[in-house]
Design a protein around this ligand. Sequence first.
Ligand code: MTE
Ligand code: MO
Length: 237
Amino acid sequence: MTDRPDASLARTIARRDFIRKAASGTVIAAMGGGLYALSDHLTAEAKAQERADGRPRVPPGQRVITALKPMGGQPGDPSRSNATIKIHGEVENPLSLDFRELLAMDVVDTRADVHCVTGWTMLDARWKGVRVKDLAEKAGLKRTARHVIFEAAHGYTANVRLDEGIADDVMVVWEHDGRPLRRPHGAPLRALVPDLYFWKSSKWLTGIRFTRRDEPGYWETRGYNNHADPWKEERYA
Ligand SMILES: Nc1nc2c(c(=O)[nH]1)N[C@H]1C(S)=C(S)[C@@H](COP(=O)(O)O)O[C@H]1N2
Ligand SMILES: [Mo]
């Protein structure tokens, strides 16, 4: 095996994998340019589960996928040493934190399910990072703040209502499943807003801006729902 199989070998491997997964009751779907494995077994199993908040584990219209898929976007600089994240807007003390300063905060290692609007759900993904709530507190969030804008490289933004943006499980993360985020998944830093469709989780995160007024972001101004609650299937505007 070489590190970089050529395209035909990659196709052969993908095909073998396809046959193996098909035989085991798992289907592969092509979406967003890539192949990925949807598991009917896992979907059925998880559909019977309930979350602590009483909602079903799998939101309506979703199927369970076995590994996080890179869904694209325009990457920023992946290096940790160049990374800074601005906490600004409706705060008393705007901050610009580098990677070391993030590591010095209360670092959380947790699990969260994520739900992509294209129909896949990834269960139990592991994430390491800091809570947005803690960042907001450190910067001195003003009472005038009503919305959170997750700002990313090349002008990508995603808007989240303040109460949902500073919920306990909303984070800035740099590790997924025990490894540094890979570049397609937003290295070095991405937002994680697990209970809204995954487009709200800006990759290549550069800032968190608190605002008085709502500011629909990249997908929200392109036909997608402003709120994006997977349990209400708020997919489109
Ligand atoms: N900066 C940035 N962040 C982004 C996007 C993007 O295009 N640019 N795409 C979003 C969408 S539509 C999804 S589904 C998730 C996908 O994350 P993943 O590629 O790690 O699966 O990232 C979100 N974050
Ligand atoms: Mo997406």
